[in-house]
Design a protein around this ligand. Structure first.
Ligand code: FAD
Length: 479
């Protein structure tokens, strides 16, 4: 390797000599890449193509030993560090310019104990890895709705999808985690060991250290679940959303129904004359007995006059990947989100306007349906605070051409502003783009002060700063 100039924590540069870099590389089980190496561009590419950063050094870790070595090397040389799990986060903090990127994407092992109903998962696994290994035994970890999402970032922010109302958030099923802190120590965090750290990593993101293993509780589910889409013309959206709201008022925890408003993609089950036209999709999943599901979904499926209803038994692993094609990596993306307790008439009106003014064929508004078991956990029990919300709206600005940046970002911000009066003020940190650093305190609500205390204890120098950052006290004064 040649001498390298790398970005430091304070934004300066550090010159590292070839022998120092070679010795570090030789100490690893994985490998290191720098600009020009084969694989460098693939390793720095993440889901959101708006983020185009060039780390000075990428460490592709093979295990916890490599993570410890990378953290020690970065700390000793005062280097800026980014941590990549699945690389899906909208804000793009998985990758940095000039500093050291700890790339965990090769650490993908998932081990299942079917008797104890436990899974041990490495942080480079994506949801598809977790689902395939656990569903081999008819078991599940509750996670998100897109199978290419990384388990690490999703878990550290909270994690919800089709199963959260029945089985809780991903963090509600986390039993322990191995965390390498800024001083290079590997700590086991659980209710019994370092409980303050365990509390903080359940929602506090990557602020406290690098997780090298997650231990999850497993539940029985599937392998088939009653699930699928009901697609409506967007002209009927108001009435359909009113029906949706009424149907979900006292929905059982087994039933989850999200909505997606967008132009219809050319899905094989949609009549061709609907392709490219605005539609409202009800996407539902029943996590219970199949026969009971037919009855429980009947009210939702009976709303209005849908174009098509393709709800039926599907393999859970397949249903988890149902939106993958629409959310594939490589597009430019910008998100804005709100938490709601109710879907107010004003919110429905704002959505109606927004979809009639879509700036592009891939822009869409998702409304996630939460609550149920996930909503029964006390707000202060985990760092993730928004247990009372019933709906999470995520506006997905998504497009291909840089020339569309301004129009798509303005569209997403417009819906955010129009629906703000009905929102409860918290936010899901996993949905926050890079320009929402000033929203972190509100996002955590009543849990913010305690998070700052834990940050002060485990990362007082803010070594882990490329995340939705909690600044420990002295770092905040210096900023
Ligand atoms: P990365 O970008 O790799 O990581 C995100 C951040 O987490 C990093 O910047 C770092 O700060 C931290 N981090 C990552 N790994 C570690 C680690 N091992 N130790 C410490 N810190 C770490 N969320 C849901 O809850 N439900 C959904 O249904 C859902 N759907 C999504 C669909 C799509 C298409 C996308 C893009 C995202 C979705 N999300 C969803 C949001 C998702 O939870 C976040 O984007 C999450 O951060 C992704 O994790 P990752 O490991 O892939 O991301």
């Amino acid at each position: 390797m040649n001498d390298l100039s790398l970005t430091t924590l304070d934004g300066g540069m550090a010159m590292l000599s070839a022998p120092v870099l070679d010795a570090f590389a030789a100490s690893l089980r994985g490998d290191v890449l720098n600009a020009g190496d084969p694989g460098y561009d693939e390793a720095r590419a993440i889901w959101n193509a708006m983020i185009d950063r060039r780390p000075g050094l990428i460490v592709r870790c093979a295990g916890a030993g490599d993570v410890i070595a990378a953290i020690n090397f970065a700390r000793e040389n005062n280097l800026l560090v980014a941590v990549r799990g699945g690389g899906h986060n909208i804000a793009g903090n998985a990758v940095c310019d000039g500093g050291l990127m700890i790339d965990l994407s090769r650490m993908k092992s998932v081990r299942v104990d079917r008797v104890a109903r436990r899974a041990w998962v490495e942080p480079g696994a994506i949801l598809a890895d977790v689902d395939k290994e656990t569903q081999a035994f008819g078991l599940v970890v509750p996670t998100g709705i897109n199978s290419t999402t990384g388990i690490a970032g999703l878990t550290l922010g909270g994690g919800f999808g089709w199963t959260a109302r029945k089985l809780g958030l991903t963090i509600d099923n986390l039993l322990s985690a191995d965390v390498v802190t800024a001083d290079g120590e590997l700590l086991r965090a659980s209710t019994a060991e370092h409980p303050d750290l365990f509390w903080a990593i359940r929602g506090g993101g990557g602020n406290f250290g690098v997780v090298t293993a997650f231990e999850f509780k497993l539940h029985k589910l599937g392998p088939q679940v009653l699930s699928g889409l009901v697609v409506h013309p967007f002209d009927d959206a108001k009435a359909v959303l009113e029906g949706y709201r009424a149907a979900l008022e006292d929905a059982p925890d087994e039933l989850t129904c999200w909505t997606v408003a967008r132009r219809a993609p050319p899905l094989p089950f949609l009549p061709a004359d609907w392709h490219g036209k605005e539609v409202l999709v009800l996407a539902m999943c029943w996590c219970g007995e199949m026969a009971a599901g037919e009855q429980a979904t009947a009210r939702l499926r009976g709303i209005g006059k849908p174009i098509v209803d393709v709800v039926g038994p599907n393999p859970f692993v397949g249903w988890q990947a149902a939106f993958d094609a629409l959310l594939a990596p490589g597009a430019r993306n910008y998100w804005k989100s709100h938490d709601f307790i109710e879907l107010a008439d004003e919110t429905i009106d704002a959505l109606d306007q927004a979809i009639r003014n879509l700036p592009g064929p891939e822009c869409e508004v998702f409304i996630g349906h939460v609550g149920g078991v996930a909503g029964q956990v006390a707000t202060e029990a985990t760092a993730f605070p928004q247990r009372s919300s019933h709906y999470v709206m995520n506006v997905h600005g998504r497009w291909r051409e840089a020339a569309m940046d301004d129009a798509c970002i303005a569209w997403a911000r417009g819906i955010y502003e129009a629906t703000k009066p009905q929102a409860i003020g918290t936010a899901y940190i996993n949905f926050m783009p890079s320009d929402e650093a000033d929203r972190v305190e509100a996002a955590y609500g009543v849990n913010y002060a305690r998070l700052i205390e834990v940050k002060q204890k485990y990362d007082p120098k803010n070594f882990f700063r490329l995340n939705q950052n909690l600044k420990a006290r002295h770092a905040r004064k210096a900023a």
